[in-house]
Design a protein around this ligand. Structure first.
Ligand SMILES: Cc1cc2nc3c(=O)[nH]c(=O)nc-3n(C[C@H](O)[C@H](O)[C@H](O)COP(=O)(O)OP(=O)(O)OC[C@H]3O[C@@H](n4cnc5c(N)ncnc54)[C@H](O)[C@@H]3O)c2cc1C
Ligand code: FES
Length: 329
């Protein structure tokens, strides 16, 4: 029998037997906060206020302590009784349709030894609507599917740009780096994820990224550049890599007063800039974290340790948004 899921804003979701909570919501055009959808990133954490749930997939990113406290991952669990959760849906995404579309490779540019910029084009009569910061799943030969953040805000020509890092022995990496050519036909599903700029004002906007985690941040900055008035007094962009070649893009924005801080963890002797990890650089700049909103994208190690460090230093947990580029298997 169907179970009823009630959110903290009183919205209700009907769930089928063994249906994942996140999927049930999406079927009813309600988007719950999420990123990886595989239990690995922890973004979809929720507290069960009443009722019972059952894990269908392993909740890899929940600690024993969090499980004891009644936290669940909505991308892994189903409701086995009527339940109440302490989360709301993301109203900004309710009218954005998730579609599967054919697309062609329009252009491939090498950004450094390990990163490609891939431009995709969709059919003129069937384009993708999305919020800057969201990601798509690219579906290649034999149904191989991988997630990639969109690196640009929506453009008039509707093209979609991805920044793709080579992963050692990676199946999709092998396609992108050894086989892909202009005009290849692929499919994409999207937009996915809830990493987008919230309509929330604060003194400081802190954008932190590692590696190709800069892609959705770049899309968010392109969107901010279009606003006439800024809801932030200061915007910090802190981008980390190992060596200088990892800083493969320079932000150039006319309307944004951006403080850009590139940081290297394995800096060459010639490097004059900051050294260390992005989250440490936030603290080193003595930014008032109680007056800040943070968006972090990159490895799960970075997003998790940034959340811990920054919330320990005054950031409200609700003002930390992240997307972690976890492995899909
Ligand atoms: C929401 C989301 C957005 C993403 N956006 C981007 C993006 O914009 N750009 C981008 O380059 N990548 C992005 N990724 C990662 C991407 O989806 C793939 O996981 C990655 O490209 C590897 O795919 P592959 O097929 O080459 O490797 P696979 O064949 O999947 O893996 C090969 C080996 O590498 C390990 N591995 C795979 N991925 C990683 C990883 N990220 N870190 C460490 N080890 C790994 C696997 O466990 C396996 O052992 C994103 C992931 C998520 C979940
Ligand atoms: S753990 Fe559920 S979306 Fe990542």
């Amino acid at each position: 029998m169907n179970k009823l899921i009630t959110l903290s804003n009183k919205k209700k979701i009907q769930s089928n037997i063994n249906e994942i909570i996140l999927t049930a919501a999406s079927r009813q055009n309600l988007v719950l906060e999420h990123s990886c959808r595989t239990g690995r990133c922890g973004v979809c954490k929720a507290s069960v206020l009443s009722g019972d749930t059952k894990a269908i997939k392993e909740e890899v990113s929940l600690t024993d302590d969090e499980k004891e406290k009644g936290l669940i991952l909505t991308c892994c669990r189903t409701a086995i009784t009527d339940i109440t959760l302490d989360i709301e849906d993301q109203a900004e995404l309710a009218n954005i349709e998730i579609k599967t579309l054919p697309c062609r490779v329009n252009k491939i540019t090498k950004l450094n030894n390990d990163v490609l910029e891939v431009t995709l084009r969709t059919p003129p009569n069937n384009t993708l609507e999305y919020l800057p910061g969201q990601y798509i799943d690219v579906i290649g030969a034999k149904g191989l599917r991988r997630s990639y953040s969109i690196a640009n805000a929506p453009r008039n020509d509707k093209k979609i740009i991805l920044n793709i890092r080579k992963v050692e022995n990676g199946e999709m990496s092998d396609y992108w780096f050894n086989q892909a050519k202009v005009n290849d036909l692929l499919r994409l599903e999207g937009p996915l994820g809830t990493f987008y700029l919230r309509d929330k004002a604060a003194q400081n906007l802190i954008l932190i990224a590692t590696g190709t985690g800069i892609a959705p941040i770049k899309a968010i900055l392109e969107k901010l550049e279009q606003y006439e008035t800024q809801q932030f007094k200061n915007i910090y962009l802190i981008w980390g890599g190992r060596t200088q070649q990892d800083i493969y893009w320079q932000p150039v924005f006319k309307n944004l007063l951006l403080k850009f801080i590139p940081v290297l963890s394995r800096a060459e002797d010639s490097w004059q800039g900051e050294k260390g990890y992005v989250q440490e650089i936030v603290l080193r700049n003595s930014i008032n974290l109680t007056e800040s909103i943070v968006y972090a994208c990159g490895s799960d190690r970075m997003t998790q340790s940034a959340k811990l460090l920054l919330t320990q230093n005054g950031l409200n947990e609700k003002d930390f948004y992240s997307d972690a580029f976890v492995s899909s298997n």
